[in-house]
Design a protein around this ligand. Sequence first.
Ligand code: COA
Length: 185
Amino acid sequence: MGPLESPSLESHTLRLEPLAVAHAEEMFETLSAQSIYDYIPGGPPSSAAALRERYAMLARGRSSDDRQLWLNWIIRVRSGQCAGFVQATIYPGRTGDFAFVLAPEFWGQGVAFEACQAAIPHIARQFGVTGLFATVDPKNVRSIRLLTRLGFLEIAPSGYPHGEVEPDDRVFSLSCTPYFVPNAG
Ligand SMILES: CC(C)(COP(=O)(O)OP(=O)(O)OC[C@H]1O[C@@H](n2cnc3c(N)ncnc32)[C@H](O)[C@@H]1OP(=O)(O)O)[C@@H](O)C(=O)NCCC(=O)NCCS
């Protein structure tokens, strides 16, 4: 298997499927609630066709200059519904940005937490990622609670290695080296 042909990841109640163009129709519904975008840039996709186009780009798995790896998984819950996605952008220095988005009907159940707990060790081991970063609107209390529960620690915005931080955004970082356990799969 090549480095970008990620497997599906299984957790106790979830399946994380590597993002494919075929997810666009289902995810158009999932991403349609305006409240998802209260504290993150953008808004609901304008159409399933527009989302297909975006997913065709993301599913290539890397930027056109080959410097960034783009890892995206759709979160599928037991009922078969797509709850949202987790995403990591990996930079040449083997650090990454980490992000997650769920439809509001799946908030407050630990679904995002379970999905992130499945994705992070895989990202660390499979791609040799040593640290993950997240920049968060200070009003995004749910996201900050989730990052904290996952073990992310707040750092000074000047320590963010992947570009400019939006004014007022808080920056969180997780060291992934504990996942490099000897003989771990
Ligand atoms: C950020 C986001 C993913 C957080 O979702 P979430 O459901 O709050 O996150 P978690 O999966 O950690 O769930 C935590 C909640 O589930 C509850 N829960 C239930 N069972 C749980 C379990 N087994 N484990 C953990 N939490 C559990 C917790 O008590 C908590 O409940 P509360 O909200 O009443 O305090 C979601 O708000 C979202 O998609 N927002 C829009 C997009 C966004 O802002 N993304 C972040 C960009 S930085």
